[in-house]
Structures are given as structure tokens and as C-alpha cells.
Design a protein around this ligand. Structure first.
Ligand code: FES
Ligand code: FES
Length: 163
């Protein structure tokens, strides 16, 4: 009989989720997106294409924006995960990006919004003075069928000044 070269196994995942120490027993085949939405119940992270094309599932892992649909939960071992639920202003209220997205009308159906905010937050953390060109480049992986992107770009530009 052929041996399964890639058997699934259970493991104990330890990580930081939105600032909280978290431990869960999960299957090695679990995607990071399944872990976030189904195991943690954090539904702000969206599932769009499931193939790394739309950016709806973006989250921060050790400060870097990654597509949760392309990672396994196992890859989160010992790392820090921040989802849209963990992105807040310094006072614990709305983050400047959330305020400017609303003020600029950059949110319509809202499906793409968590991914856009996560991508923008990742960019502004590493480059608080990002130019319009750099913002556009960062957001090329985020698909939005509603806004036409102009309002999104304007919201990120305005948030830059508030941060
Ligand atoms: S759901 Fe992950 S990139 Fe589309
Ligand atoms: S606001 Fe609807 S997909 Fe972007």
C-alpha cells in the first residue's frame, strides 16, 4: 500500500491574536482563514476568491500583511496575528483609517474594506509618509467592485495625516 506522504495531524497552536495569548488544538490542514473565521469566530476577515487574488482575507502576521487563504494555521505558530477586529485607534475607538474610510465614502458594500484597511495599515506602519504612488501600489492586490478606488486612495491619504 502507498504511504500517505503528507498525513494530516493535530497540533496545539500557540499564538497572539489581537493582543491575547491564544491556544487551540487544530488540524494541520486548517487554513489560517478557516482558523480565523471558524475557530476564532472573527468574521471581519472575509473569504472572497480563496486563491490569493482579491485581498479580502488580508491580516497582519508579525506586522506584515498576508493572505490568510494562502497560509496554514500551522504557520502562525509562535507569531502575532492582528485581524481587522484588532485594528483600533490609540484611545481604543476607531482607527484613523476607519474614520477616514467612512468620512470619504470609501465603504459601500464593505466586503473589501477589512482587507483594504489591513493593507493600508501595514503600509503606513512601515512607511508613514507613503506617497500616493506607493499607496496605489500597495493596494493593487485588493479588489473592490464598488468604490472605483478614488475614495479609498483619498481616505488613506487623509489617514496618513491623522496618524
Ligand atoms: S480570499 Fe484570500 S485573496 Fe481572496
Ligand atoms: S465596497 Fe463593495 S467591494 Fe469594495
Amino acid at each position: 500500500m502507498m504511504k500517505d506522504k503528507n498525513p494530516h495531524f493535530s497540533f496545539r497552536l500557540s499564538c497572539l491574536v489581537n493582543g491575547q495569548e491564544t491556544e487551540r488544538e487544530i488540524e494541520s490542514s486548517r487554513s489560517l482563514l478557516e482558523f480565523i473565521r471558524e475557530d476564532l469566530g472573527l468574521k471581519g476577515t472575509k473569504e472572497g476568491c480563496g486563491e490569493g487574488e482579491c485581498g479580502a482575507c488580508l491580516v497582519l502576521v508579525d506586522g506584515k500583511a498576508v493572505n490568510a487563504c494562502l497560509m496554514t494555521a500551522l504557520q502562525l505558530q509562535g507569531k502575532e496575528l492582528v485581524t481587522i477586529e484588532g485594528i483600533k485607534g490609540r484611545d481604543g475607538g476607531l482607527h484613523p483609517l476607519q474614520k477616514t474610510f467612512m468620512a470619504e465614502g470609501a465603504v459601500q458594500c464593505g466586503f473589501c474594506t477589512p482587507g483594504l484597511i489591513v493593507a493600508s495599515e501595514a503600509l503606513l506602519r512601515r512607511n508613514p509618509r507613503a506617497t500616493l504612488g506607493e499607496i496605489k501600489l500597495e493596494l493593487t492586490g485588493n479588489l473592490c467592485r464598488c468604490t472605483g478606488y478614488e475614495k479609498v486612495l483619498s481616505a488613506v491619504e487623509k489617514a496618513k495625516k491623522l496618524l
